[in-house]
Ligand binder design. Structure first.
Ligand code: ATP
Ligand code: MG
Length: 225
């Protein structure tokens, strides 16, 4: 059975932390393809300091141009208004054949705010999640499983249970939530933007083609965050 992953984010800009984690998830879950989906106007972030959507999309294109198994999707940029994951999940449901297994990939920091997302309860009925741990966020596996479990039970449904045999949280009606250890590269877009502003190198933070694009376009030099 074909499996694919949907990986959404602001990608302002995409960096090696995203790419390494996504690569590991792709292998770990035997995903044929991961769709990288930049958001148009992130509903939970102030728009200031966010590069044009087309530029963020182009940087993702450049970042994965030499990799197999990654596709850039402009679906959120084609819709008007802010991007909501529920709409994107529905889009891929109608786009792909029914027997394609879909997973939504998200970092733990974003996942722990999912109760702020539009129609988040419907999301848990629609698609299984792969929640990636992030360097510096949780130090031990037990702690991350525990806090995620607490969150799921208190905010989503108290009928989520951890299944050790399946290594995920399961629910009688809702989709499973997998935890994936992705503590590889402690890199964030915030740190990259800060380094650019300070005139420091981002060489080991983003693919070379992305670095060249940022320089050529002069992105992130004059932002205030
Ligand atoms: P910002 O600092 O602007 O929030 P970011 O580095 O967190 O940027 P996002 O575009 O917000 O990047 O992240 C998209 C998704 O990728 C989120 O779900 C986030 O948790 C995850 N993610 C970001 N960086 C990493 C990383 N280094 N390792 C694992 N997951 C990551
Ligand atoms: Mg982030």
């Amino acid at each position: 059975m074909k499996r694919i992953g949907l990986f959404g984010g602001t990608f302002n800009p995409i960096h090696l932390g995203h790419l390494r984690a996504a690569q590991e998830v792709r292998e770990g879950f035997s995903l044929e393809e991961i769709y990288l989906i930049p958001s148009a106007l992130p509903p939970h972030k102030a728009p200031e300091g966010i590069a044009e959507a087309e530029a963020r999309l182009e940087m993702i294109r450049l970042a994965v141009s030499d990799c197999t198994g990654f596709t850039v999707s402009n679906v959120e940029l084609m819709r008007s208004g802010p991007s909501y994951t529920i709409d994107t999940v529905h889009h891929f449901k109608s786009l792909l054949p029914r027997d394609v297994e879909r997973y939504f990939i998200v970092g733990v920091d974003a996942f722990l705010e999912i109760n702020l997302w539009k129609s988040y309860k419907a999301l848990f009925l629609s698609i299984p999640f792969i929640v990636m741990t992030r360097p510096g966020y949780h130090r031990e596996r037990n702690r991350s499983v525990e806090s995620l479990g607490d969150f799921l039970k208190s905010r989503i449904s108290d009928r989520y249970q951890y299944s050790a045999s399946q290594s995920c949280f399961v629910h009688v009606e809702k989709q499973p939530v997998y935890i994936f250890e992705a503590d590889f590269l402690d890199i964030s877009s915030t740190e990259i933007r800060k380094r650019i502003k300070e005139g420091r190198s981002i060489r080991s933070y983003v693919p070379e083609k992305v670095e060249d694009f940022i320089k050529k376009k002069g992105l992130f030099y004059d932002i205030s965050d």
